[in-house]
Design a protein. Structure first.
Length: 377
């Protein structure tokens, strides 16, 4: 049987570039070389697409506490430019040598696995490119990816679907430009502490926890470094932070939902930020599955996760994050259509606890992508 050609697309221009490199490292190492022919398409910080061999993707790992970064220095072939072109069936990946004009074909792409986190990758942009090129790809489509990335519209869709969301306010670029004082006033109905977030970001980058009004404007200024649109969420004190994974069914049935896991910060005043996620140093415990959680609560969270996935039109995979309030009320925090996917990330861990190990999880997602038709679905 011919091997399936998989283009692993990773890196990207967002602040989550190093996380994407770690994800690519894990996925490339997990793919069976007898079944899959892997070609890497790395996107540098400045937006260049370069061909990266599988063994060089696998070498992208944390070194001396430093997260990996994709640069063209040292890449085989000096980082030949990668170009995706439409073919008669599917798409073709070609390369162009640095400074050259001639194109050399790398081969057809059976399926693309975009391991990009954050804007310009997880937000529907690259999914739109794949759609136009007739490329089958892993994960959600254009609309679901865009809704899943934008916390404003995500919450709007969840609320319209009757799903529980917490109190929040949105400060759009126009709001801030026209009347900053009024924009600040729009937050006054929320109870402190508050979390000030870029509306379209992940990995907790750009988020500030604030305890009073005096800190609000500085937190907005910081979030604006990453996104001109801001979401301000009311903190739910003493709530448990719970997560579960969702997988699209292979047979067209209801989505499959994993075991529920819990994130427990050692410092009650902190939150699950970028450093805690990727450079933990004992800052956090991940309980997989969550302990001391009643079976009916687990079932409720799993049902809500499935509904959240279907409410945005999700495909392939997602991770759904919840707060369970001190009164036992579940609140959906967000859905992530391309969650962290290193072997130590929460998404693979909850599926391992549910009987699907890391290589099988990657294989499942590629199976879903290969069988999915191109065009409107």
């Amino acid at each position: 049987m011919a091997r399936i050609r998989v283009a692993l697309v990773f890196g990207g221009a967002s602040e989550e570039h190093p996380v994407s490199c770690l994800t690519a490292h894990g996925v490339a190492a997990a793919l069976d070389p007898e079944r899959y022919d892997v070609v890497g398409v790395g996107i540098t910080r400045d937006g260049r697409w370069v061909v990266v061999p599988r063994e060089e993707i696998i070498a992208l790992d944390v070194q001396d506490g430093q997260l990996p970064e994709l640069t063209t220095n040292g890449l085989t072939g000096s980082g030949s430019q990668a170009i995706l072109l439409p073919g008669t069936t599917g798409s073709q990946l070609v390369r162009r040598a640095e400074g050259g004009a001639a194109l050399a074909e790398v081969g057809p792409v059976d399926v693309a696995f975009a391991l990009l986190h954050g804007p310009f990758g997880e937000d529907g942009t690259i999914q739109g490119l794949f759609e136009m090129m007739g490329t089958r790809y892993v994960g959600s489509g254009v609309l679901a990816s865009a809704v899943g990335m934008d916390k404003h519209y995500m919450k709007t869709v969840f609320a319209a679907a009757g799903l529980p969301v917490g109190p929040y306010a949105v400060i759009t670029p126009a709001d801030w430009r026209r009347d900053p004082a009024q924009a600040l006033k729009s937050v006054s109905s929320l109870n402190y502490p508050l979390y000030v977030k870029p509306a379209r970001g992940g990995s907790s980058i750009g988020i500030t926890k604030i305890i009073d009004e005096s800190q609000l404007e500085a937190a907005i200024d910081y979030a604006h470094r990453f996104d001109p649109k801001i979401v301000v969420e009311e903190g739910l004190e003493h709530a448990r932070e719970l997560e579960c994974g969702v997988l699209e069914s292979l047979d067209g049935g209801l989505p499959q939902v994993s075991a529920v896991a819990e994130i427990r910060m050692h410092n009650d005043s902190g939150f699950y930020d970028f450093q805690a996620k990727y450079l933990p140093e004992e800052q956090v415990d991940l309980d997989v599955p969550a302990q001391h959680l009643d079976a009916d609560v687990v079932a409720e969270l799993q049902a809500l996760a499935s509904r959240a996935f279907e409410s945005i039109g999700g495909e392939g995979l997602a991770r759904v994050d919840f707060f369970l309030t001190a009164e036992g009320r579940p609140v959906i925090n967000e859905i992530n259509t391309m969650p962290g996917f290193t072997e130590h990330s929460m998404f693979p861990q909850v599926w391992a606890a549910s009987g699907i190990d890391y290589p099988s999880l990657v294989d499942r997602l590629l199976q879903l992508a290969v069988k999915r038709p191109t065009g409107l679905r």
